[in-house]
Design a protein around this ligand. Sequence first.
Ligand code: NAD
Length: 484
Amino acid sequence: MVSRVIPVDDFDLVIFGGTGDLARRKILPGLYLRFVAGQIPDGARIIGAARSEMDVPRYRDMVAEALQEFVPAARYDRDFVAAFLGRVFYVAIDAKGSAGWQVLADMMRSNVVRAFYFSVAPALFGDLAEKLHSYAIAGAQSRIVVEKPFGRDLQSARALNRALALHFSEEQIYRIDHYLGKETVQNLMAVRFANSLFEPLWNARHVDHVQITVAETVGVAGRGSYYDKAGAMRDMVQNHMMQLLCLIAMEAPFRFEADAVRDEKLKVIRALDAVMPDQIVRGQYSATPQQPGYVQDVENPASRSESYVALKVAISNWRWKGTPFYLRTGKRLRARTSEIAIVFKAPPHSIFEQSDGWHENVLVIRLQPNEGMTLSVMIKEPGPGGMRLSEVPLNMSFAEALGDDADDVPDAYERLIMDVIRGNQTLFMRGDEVEAAWAWTDPIIEGWEARGDKPSPYDAGSSGPENALMLMHRDGRRWREIKT
Ligand code: NAD
């Protein structure tokens, strides 16, 4: 299989926050890898814009260091790096003042795509939008890219949407959820809508329940002050896990295009039932002799934020009524793994004597590690001795299926940035989607804040708090094991 690189038009991409962590770790390496793939045209420029005073050579040195550090060694090539740096420029700018803005305005070229990546704190989004407008840097064809967190509740998300809408239309705004750029997440749509096999079974009649797990082994050290104000619900569930849930649950859009897809996702969010307190378990990892616990990591002994959350979600529509979706995510868990498991109903009646080891079919879509899909099926154990059944996986690893091309599969940021240049919003969140997700999340968070609920402690390296098991057990179900 040969990866195809579809060329994009000439562009000027301005990265506000071009000296920041995200730019260094993800955006610039992503652009470099697209450059190596031959997708960055000769007429493209990447312009870092941030508060630090520095000239272009110094910024290029900084970019070179970032590439050395964050591009996989096998794909790092000195000659390519040198050529890439020739496309990189820098302007020192203050989002809140006038410094640098006229310089940036004078740099802009006509007849190329103009894209502006807001890789800065959300508090600066409104200032940047206003400056781009007042200095006539952005026009009707320009695009802006905004990072998470998009608000911390419905009210703040609305305020952000309003601030951006003063100067940009919805068609110009690209709200990033990098989960949507992951290869496997898009494969989810291919599996559902490019095969006839699964869709007839994809409903409450055949699916017993769905489990979505995003487990991390790392704690929150290093970003504790941000995380402690957010917690797992805001940091993971409202955005990434909600998007995964939407892609599993949505109806087929009439076409794979931005508004058709986003309309269907929005309908799912609007069909979510309110979550009752007994359908949520929150946790905080405890200290071990070797490692600090959550409250030490965030330096807040009284913290009531959750580093783990598990919840049972019901979708009240024709397709899903009666099939729960169980979501869980947490830090310092046993293994780093993200997967979606579609657990089908057991056959209505067993004609075989064996009653133990009877399993439902499960379709597992692995986002990481080892991206791929597994369908577990029951077969007869080989050999004489009667009809003994066992479960075997039909396993597809994308890396194996794609062979050498797997190394060339772009990561989420590479794909999403190129989509911005192409003007394709399909994998970006629309303003109403984000607001609907907050409208569903807010009462959950307000509920536990009003009650003063404390998260349950859990051991680092475990599967989460004990009472999360109960969330499933009392429904006669169990979580899948967290393992790599
Ligand atoms: P950072 O603190 O490392 O970098 C911030 C950047 O903003 C710097 O380049 C700084 O010069 C610039 N800046 C600050 N004030 C400015 C001003 N007044 N005018 C112009 N530039 C100014 O932050 P980061 O980690 O790169 O995060 C950037 C954004 O991306 C944030 O919204 C963050 O929530 C989001 N994000 C980051 C990550 C990540 O992994 N770092 C992941 C997801 C989302």
